[in-house]
Write a protein that binds this ligand. Structure first.
Ligand code: SF4
Length: 671
């Protein structure tokens, strides 16, 4: 059981685990208001949408035109990189150009390493973003032993470097974001706290204390990471530490760094940002895609608009009883740990979460239809093949199949069909909970039992039966408008009742666009998988068109984004900005084309050497711009090929992967 009371990380939370206003409904975390020019930010205001320009900051016209495209798309805050004083100075021209065209949207200067650029920008634009990992420190990848005295001396050094900026911001009414990135923590923080959510939080708090000492509070905080588990845990811990440490309740800026592009980037962003929005955390968001910034805005809007007018579920969800004071959940929300479930066939225990495809709404099912869920019939050798996104189970409802399923795919039937006509050991029934309680006939190996989340905390007969269930997998769905909270509550009930039955999360969506489906499902399911819940996932999108392929790739995409089942290559590609040294979109597409069959390999694609290596800390290989048409290739954190011409860098990357014995030729079935 992943109880907080038994957790190895209990020292983090020994004084409680409350980090959000409620886990059983929707309520925004209350914050102080922050003013960014005329734009107000915080819990009394809508969740603001922002993005960042990608053109060179010295290209005044290009920056203005791109900012206008972003603003017209709905961007409420435009961030622009200022790597040195000359770019900081040029923010003035960009600002004037925008104002001359009637655009009053506040601008944010993005600063890394250069206090002098920050101090200048703070006099020009409405907000300055600093990275506490590199504002006062250069990265040397050193582990340093600190005594209490030497650590205090370091904090004094930071104060001396940072204080001038704080004073300028105060004088000019400029807002500030203290924006921690998981990939660029200072050597000092890494030495003391390690590469952890706690280190990320402390990195920001070191700077925040200096601001509060100066009575400067116009501050927003962020805790971004490419790893969604780390990102969610860091924001939650920050929220709790602010409350515990008697800091003011500063607004939070949410984002997943280097989320990538296309479907994967959207799903990953929704898992990280959506999970926190569900908790009521977050006052402004930026979706970082390796695409033009105006394409980030509709994604951000869809994520945020879901919460407009959302307050409470259509019926109250009762909170848990019998937890110690200061606890509102039986798990540790600050460290991922999978719920312990019993292993049954390929469910639960140490098995990866399973993907269940729902074909019950089709009129009929032919062999060709299975292509959409990763299973291919090859007539020539007369056998089935499967790609990395091959579903594990197929729910056929009341439909019959007139062919044999491949070995890797098992059939689930509606209980009525199974009871009436099942002929094979390899067909399993899906019962409604009440039916299952009454049925005298059950499968001798595996039965699926569907229940609404609410039944888990209201139906005592069901709870008692689940306690002794041996051959069952529970399929949980919810009809609550706030379905994630209801499902979470059901998992909490199972946890506190000591019920270890494997659980499949089933989410049905009706009449929403496929774009929204790929944001809402990752939000709802992601929030649960991040908390360690779920032994399987079954998504359905009902509408006019057959959506099997979309449902399947979203199922696998969510599990990958939550890092609970890796089925494809992971790309950690930066969104690009004014520092970018090559065409990131084109290069990412080229690298993806030749490597997307390398299941489980993580490839970082970073536009510049300044932040790239830190930001892709998690990657197995890195492709980093170091100069015009010059690329450095990394193995983990180590540079292995310096200054490779851009023309041959993708081939060199493949060569590097081959040298490590990881390369495989693409399979026919993946094409
Ligand atoms: S890594 Fe990418 S987004 Fe980050 S500073 Fe460099 S070019 Fe800009």
């Amino acid at each position: 059981m992943s109880s907080i009371l038994q957790s190895s990380s209990a020292h983090l939370v020994s004084d409680g685990n409350i980090y959000a206003p409620t886990l059983f409904g929707y309520q925004r975390r209350e914050t102080i208001p922050v003013s960014i020019g005329d734009l107000m930010l915080g819990s009394d205001f809508p969740i603001r949408i922002q993005s960042m320009t990608t053109v060179d900051t010295m290209d005044t016209h290009g920056s203005i035109e791109q900012s206008i495209r972003m603003i017209d798309a709905g961007c409420e805050l435009v961030r622009i990189t200022a790597p040195s004083v000359k770019e900081a100075q040029n923010l003035e021209n960009i600002r004037k150009g925008l104002r001359a065209k009637g655009y009053k949207t506040p601008l944010v200067a993005d600063i890394h390493f250069t206090p002098n650029a920050a101090e200048l920008a703070a006099r020009i634009v409405e907000k300055v973003r600093i990275n506490p990992g590199n504002y006062a420190d250069k990265k040397r990848f050193e582990t340093i032993e600190y005594t209490e005295t030497s650590y205090q001396a370091e904090l004094e050094r930071i104060r001396d470097k940072f204080l001038p900026l704080v004073k300028i911001c105060k004088e000019y009414g400029t807002a500030m974001r203290i924006g921690t990135n998981h990939g660029s923590l200072s050597d000092r923080i890494l030495s003391r706290y390690g590469d952890t959510p706690l280190g990320m939080v402390e990195s920001a708090l070191e700077f925040l204390r200096i601001c509060e000492d100066e009575n400067y509070f116009n501050i927003v905080l962020s805790m971004k990471a490419s790893n969604t588990q780390v990102m969610v845990e860091a924001y939650r811990l920050l929220s709790k530490k602010l409350a515990d440490g008697q800091f003011k309740a500063y607004p939070l800026h949410l984002g997943v760094t280097e989320a990538g592009e296309g479907e994967d980037g959207r799903i990953k962003s929704a898992v990280g940002i959506g999970t926190l929005l569900e908790d009521g955390l977050g006052d402004t968001i930026r979706v970082s895609l390796t695409e033009d910034p105006e394409f980030e805005i509709p994604v951000a809007k869809d994520l945020v608009n879901r919460y407009v007018g959302r307050n409470h579920p259509n019926a109250p969800i009762p909170s848990l009883l019998n937890l110690p004071a200061g606890f509102d959940s039986p798990i540790n929300p600050f460290a991922h740990s999978r719920r312990k479930s019993a292993e049954l066939l390929n469910f639960g225990g140490h098995q990866v979460p399973r993907v269940l495809a729902d074909f019950s709404n089709l009129k009929s099912i032919g062999m060709e239809d299975l292509k959409a869920i990763g299973h291919f019939y090859l007539p020539e050798p007369d056998k089935w093949a499967m790609n990395d996104l091959g579903a594990d189970y197929l729910y056929t409802g009341a439909l019959d199949l007139d062919f044999m399923l491949p070995n890797g795919l098992k059939q689930i039937q509606s209980s009525k069909t199974w009871l009436a006509s099942s002929t094979s050991e390899h067909q399993f029934p899906l019962f409604e909970a009440e039916e299952w309680l009454l049925s005298s006939k059950k499968h001798n190996q595996l039965n699926f039992v569907h229940a609404d989340a609410e039944e888990v905390w209201t139906n005592e007969v069901l709870i008692n039966a689940l306690k002794s269930a041996q051959k069952e997998v529970l399929v949980l769905s919810s009809s609550f408008s706030n379905r994630m909270a209801a499902l979470r509550r059901a998992f909490f009930e199972l946890e506190t009742q000591g019920i270890d039955i494997p659980v499949v999360i089933r989410l049905n969506y009706q009449d929403i666009a496929s774009d929204q489906f790929q944001l809402f499902a990752p939000t709802d399911a992601g929030a649960l998988f991040i908390d360690g819940f779920g032994d399987g996932l079954m998504l359905s999108l009902a509408g006019l068109q057959v959506q099997s392929s979309l449902e399947n790739s979203t199922n696998f995409g969510i599990l990958q984004a939550c890092r609970v089942r890796i089925s494809k290559t992971e790309y950690i590609s930066c969104p690009s900005c004014g520092r970018t040294l090559f065409d990131l979109q084109e290069t990412t597409a080229r690298i993806r084309q030749v490597t997307d069959h390398l299941k489980g390999v993580k490839i970082g694609i970073m536009g510049c050497i300044v932040n790239g290596p830190g930001e892709m800390a998690d990657a197995d290989y890195g492709y980093v711009g170091i100069g015009k048409d010059k690329i450095a290739l990394y193995r983990g954190q180590e540079v292995v090929k310096k200054s490779v011409p851009a023309d041959s860098a993708v081939d060199e990357l493949i060569q590097l992967i081959k040298e490590d014995g990881i390369w495989k030729d693409p399979q026919e079935t993946n094409n």
